[in-house]
Design a binder for this molecule. Structure first.
Ligand code: HEM
Length: 214
């Protein structure tokens, strides 16, 4: 699969060939879409699992947006997609650290930078010219969702194997709290996805780049 690129025009030499600037390497795009696929399966099956014994009496998910049909079916989907999510996530973390991408793209994150870019975004002044550079709000949200992804996997493992992994369950403050942590992480991931997809649609260049690589 080719890498994600943007063309740069040579203003002083129009006849020279355009050079290509990598926005997201092929491995990032591939792992991103596998993750998106696994996440959707995990979320929809998780909602079906929730419905079998809701954490909040007043709220359950419509069966039209759940996966698995019943508790047993949903657990099978959840544990099947879990392997895709975990293997894909481990490769992503390993490559993110070893290639220096996390350090280069997501750091530093400064409070001043986040405040300035939030103000710029709210007043419509945030520049989108260079898609290879993340603004501070993006950096914070992308780093944050990676951390939430790790916490949802760890809390999921702790409620899946509370006897074998009792140290992990204890770290979360016990089974019941781990279940709430797992649910809250899901809600944060869903909120992130809504904003992420909305912004990708609002900045058409970034969506085109993510899907077809140009
Ligand atoms: C390694 C990853 C994961 C494991 C091992 C795991 C495991 C589990 C288990 C065992 C349950 C059942 C809890 C119960 O019986 O009350 C559950 C519920 C649930 N999971 Fe996961 N999960 C993982 C990842 C995820 C992800 C990535 C999401 C969504 C982004 C998710 C969303 C949910 C939801 C919404 C529920 C229902 C919450 C509840 O009512 O307790 N899970 N998960």
């Amino acid at each position: 699969m080719s890498s994600l690129t943007v063309s740069e025009q040579h203003t002083e030499a129009p006849s020279a060939p355009a050079t290509a600037k990598v926005i997201q390497p092929a491995w990032v795009r591939t792992l991103h879409w596998i993750n998106a696929f696994a996440m959707v399966l995990m979320i929809m099956s998780g909602w079906q699992i929730y419905n079998a014994s809701p954490l909040f009496d007043f709220f359950s998910f419509s069966s039209s947006i759940t996966l698995g049909g019943w508790l047993g079916g949903a657990l099978l989907w959840h544990f099947a997609a879990m392997w895709i999510l975990m293997v894909n996530g481990l490769i992503y973390l390993a490559l993110g650290f070893s290639t220096g991408r996390f350090r280069k793209k997501l750091l530093p994150i400064t409070p001043e930078g986040v405040i300035a870019d939030t103000k710029a975004a709210l007043t419509g002044k945030l520049a989108h010219d260079d898609l290879t550079k993340y603004n501070y709000v993006q950096k914070l949200l992308y780093a944050g969702v990676i951390v939430i992804g790790v916490v949802i996997v760890l809390s999921g493992l702790s409620i899946w194997k509370p006897v074998q992994l009792q140290w992990l369950t204890a770290l979360f403050g016990g089974y019941d709290i781990a279940r709430y942590v797992h649910f809250i992480c899901m809600a944060l991931i869903v909120a992130f996805m809504v904003v992420h997809v909305a912004l990708a649609l609002l900045v058409p260049k970034s969506l085109r780049a993510m899907i077809i690589g140009r």
